[in-house]
Structure formats: C-alpha cells, structure tokens
Design a protein. Structure first.
Length: 294
C-alpha cells in the first residue's frame, strides 16, 4: 500500500487569500464600526495586524536580501532609472536594466509586473529594484497598497514608492493619511525594504506639503518624493528645499517629474535631494537634455 504524498507548500498568494478570509470573518463577527475612510476600532486593527504578522513572517524569508542603500558619489548614484509608462515592453525593460548596469544607477524603477524580471537581471550588481505602489492616483484602499508592496518585495523590490492619498490630505483627514502610509511602511520594513512616499506636490499648497512630509515621517517613511510624473507639474528646487527643511537630515528626499538635464538634476541635489527619478537618465549623466514629463 503506497503512502499518500505530502501536500506541497501553500503559495504566498494562496496564503494571503486564506488569511484575508480569516480577517474578514473576524470583522463580520465583531462589533467594530468602520467609517467611510477606513478607520477601525482597536480590536479590528489588532485582528488584522495579527493576521498580517503571520503573512509577513513567511514573506520576509522571500523578500529582498541585499537592500543596502546606494553609496552616493557621482550623479548616476543619485538616479532611479525610471520606466513607468503603461505601454512599456519587455525589450524596453531589458534595455532599462542594461543601461542601469552600464551607468551604475542607484536603481531601476518599474511597475510591479516587471519587478521579478528586473530583480533576476540585476541580482548581485548593486543596482536596486524599485517599484511603485498605488500608482499614480494613490486613492485605493490602504490594505491594497500594503499587499501590493509585499508582493513587489517578494518579487525582489528593495524600495517602494507609494502615492499618498492626496484627496484625503486635502480634506484634512490626517489620521487616515498617516495610517495609510504606516500600513505600507510596516510591510516594507518587516521585509527589509525602504519606503518613499510620493506627495504629488503640484497638487498641494506649501502648507499641505509641510503637513504631508510631517505625516510621512511620523508614519515611518524613509523618503518623501515630489511627484508621480503623471500629474501637472513636477519637481522644483523650491519644493525640494521645503521638503528637506521639513523632514530634516535623516529622511531622504526624492525629486522626480520633469528632470530632463544635468543642470536641473544638480540644482535639485543642491536643494537637498538625495535621489532623482528620471526616465532620461542616460541623457542626463552624459550632459544632454531630453523632453518628456518624467
């Protein structure tokens, strides 16, 4: 009589579904109230956090294992070489990685679907993989952002650029904005990755920019970032200087959106940027100028 074979390990996405269902049943049978902005009672938060701890305990063994911060030197070491357009092809992604290897950029920044491929190409090179979360609007549920971050990190992302909920900030829902960021920051830090929070500065007043920076720092962000490149406007030296003054020396500032030439990149660094996001990175480091919005 043959011995039954042991079942294989449960895939991470299956585990996510199982534990999410457990959390949902806890919510259904609890007495918690949920507001339209997703605020929950302490009991509900504890239930969800406990479920997430189980997920993260396993996922942390899968995430990025060599996520040291890039050492800043020449201009290339400041740059996240970026390809976020929706029609990006595999050939363009491969070219992005080849250019990053040649120029020794800090990272490549790609949409989640390309993270695993980039991670495999760049493994051991010192060039990191960065992915965007809640991009480009930032208006989805916090739990979705946190899951998206975990999945990208499992695939090899060392850095996560998330879009804050701009409408919530402008509505004065500061507690919600902080919690939204904190959920993603917690997911990133449990798995050894860093979080950059995109403020979308072109849509904010100076007072809102300051508030957004303060909330991001309190929530555990490692960087604040100017723009997605998909909205009006982009990085300005004035915004970078304001963000740097607000967050202080221990939090990074990433300038992105409309960085098209070397002089512009250097001006942003002089204003306090420790990272530059650009799609025209090769042209920039070679001293040329490029069009485009990112």
């Amino acid at each position: 009589m043959s011995t039954p074979s042991k079942p294989g390990p449960i895939a991470t996405d299956q585990l996510e579904q199982i534990l999410t269902e457990i959390a949902r049943q806890i919510l259904d049978h609890g007495a918690a109230s949920v507001t339209p902005w997703g605020s929950t009672t302490i009991q509900v938060e504890l239930a969800i956090d406990r479920v997430r701890e189980v997920i993260d305990a396993g996922a942390s063994r899968i995430g990025c294992s060599s996520c040291e911060s890039p050492k800043l030197g020449g201009l290339a070491s400041y740059i996240d070489h970026t390809l976020l357009k929706p029609d990006a092809t595999v050939a363009e992604v491969d070219k992005l990685c080849a250019e990053a290897l040649e120029q020794k950029f800090a990272s490549v920044c790609v949409n989640g679907t390309w993270v695993r491929r980039c991670s495999e190409i760049l493994r051991g090179s010192g060039v990191l993989v960065c992915s965007v979360i809640g991009f480009p609007l930032g208006a989805m549920a916090s739990e979705v952002k946190a899951y998206e971050a975990r999945r990208a990190i499992e695939d090899g992302a060392c850095e996560i650029d998330m879009v804050q909920n701009v409408g919530a900030l402008k509505s004065g829902f500061d507690d919600f904005v902080e919690r939204d960021i904190a959920m993603v920051a917690d997911a990133c830090h449990r798995m050894g990755s860093r979080l950059k929070v995109i403020l979308e500065t072109a849509l904010l007043t100076d007072a809102e920019k300051v508030r957004a920076c303060q909330l991001a720092v309190r929530a555990g962000a490692d960087f604040v970032k100017t723009s997605t490149g998909f909205s009006k406007g982009g990085a300005t030296a004035a915004d970078v200087e304001l963000m740097r003054r607000t967050v202080g020396p221990r939090v990074g500032v990433k300038a992105s959106g409309g960085v098209r030439d070397q002089a512009g990149a250097n001006a942003l660094i002089a204003a306090g940027a420790t990272r530059i996001g650009a799609s025209a990175s090769v042209t920039i480091v070679r001293g040329g100028a490029a069009g485009g919005s990112y």
